[in-house]
Design a protein around this ligand. Structure first.
Ligand SMILES: Nc1ncnc2c1ncn2[C@@H]1O[C@H](COP(=O)(O)OP(=O)(O)OP(=O)(O)O)[C@@H](O)[C@H]1O
Length: 303
């Protein structure tokens, strides 16, 4: 599905939470919205779901305005996770998911319905607890249930607000699988998550929210390439001595030491570094380029 956010402004009373937001995502994109606490990520997702009304600007999904009546039709193909909204506490896990399956697929036959519900509960690893009332579910189990609810309609647009919240290691792996499955099937995915390490393998695009605005957006690959400075790890004997010498070289921007390794940021290119090491007869045990990950990219952009 294609999502287009145009010039969105959202105020809560006198406070501007979102200012002139523009974003576009296409089928097959997995977009991570990232930013500090209070940056406006959840607000943006709620606007997308039509739960809030923007002060100005428009949001369309497949060219349908989210405030339009027609959006209710589109919503059938959207899966969303927004806090623990949508759990019936006095129903079992199975009955919770069945409720939503019946809502989305009223004409499904018994066999299809049961197989869909089983599959989704197995996916989130709640099948063994299918007959338990959700009232006594732990936080992580409730989170697994809302994930099951979000995917039970096999959505073409999946909107996940902090999907990793409360999940254990296996739960985070499960999220990775879910994101992989929906990405493969060509769905559009929009996520808000602070768990950058857990999500970085799954995303294709990024939007950084800061001070109510999107300060940077684009494909993950392009942004990594754009912001990746020339950083190298160097392992040598007497690292402290070499560090002092290196810090005086014009082709070196900065040198820091970590255990016995030197982390060097270059102004120039790596050939200058190797030539210098050779000219000083310094034996190199290791010299490798360090790649940015999502966390280092986040720090560069947001900090
Ligand atoms: N219904 C509301 N009424 C008034 N202010 C609100 C409302 N919802 C959100 N806000 C305010 O809008 C700002 C953005 O909140 P939002 O929940 O969108 O941030 P967030 O980026 O999702 O934060 P976090 O990472 O902490 O979850 C905050 O200052 C918050 O207090």
């Amino acid at each position: 599905m294609e999502v287009e956010i145009k010039n969105i402004v959202k105020n809560f009373k006198d406070i501007r939470v979102l200012n002139n937001i523009n974003l576009k995502t296409y089928s097959g994109d997995t977009l991570l919205i990232v930013g500090k606490n209070g940056a406006g990520k959840t607000t943006l997702l709620r606007l997308l779901l039509g739960l809030y009304k923007a002060d100005s600007g428009t949001i369309t999904v497949n060219n349908v305005n989210v405030l339009d009546k027609k959006y209710n039709e589109i919503k059938k193909e959207i899966g969303f996770l927004n806090d623990n909204i949508g759990i019936f506490r006095d129903l079992t896990a199975w009955d919770n998911i069945e409720f939503f399956h019946r809502m989305y697929f009223p004409n499904a036959n018994k066999e299809t319905r049961e197989s869909d519900i089983s599959n989704v509960l197995k996916k989130v690893d709640l099948y063994p607890h299918r007959n338990s009332k959700t009232d006594f579910f732990s936080r992580g189990m409730k989170q697994r249930l809302v994930i099951a609810r979000a995917i039970v309609n096999k959505p073409k647009l999946l909107i996940l607000d902090e999907p990793h919240r409360g999940l254990d290691v296996e739960g985070k792996e499960m999220i990775k699988e879910v994101l992989g499955d929906f990405h493969k099937s060509g769905s559009t995915i929009i996520i808000n998550s602070h768990d950058l390490n857990d999500v970085q393998e799954s995303i294709t695009h990024l939007a950084f929210l800061y001070n109510s605005e999107i300060v940077c957006q684009g494909s993950y690959k392009d942004l990594i390439n754009k912001f990746n400075e020339s950083r190298y790890k160097l392992v040598v004997d007497k690292p402290q001595v070499i560090k002092d010498l290196l810090s005086k070289q014009a082709f070196v921007k900065s040198v820091s030491s970590m255990n016995n390794e030197l982390i060097i940021e270059l102004n120039g290119n790596v050939e200058q570094l190797s030539k210098w090491l050779y000219s000083q007869s310094i034996p190199i045990h290791e010299l490798v380029k360090m790649n940015d990950n999502l966390t280092t990219l986040y720090k560069k952009i947001i900090s």
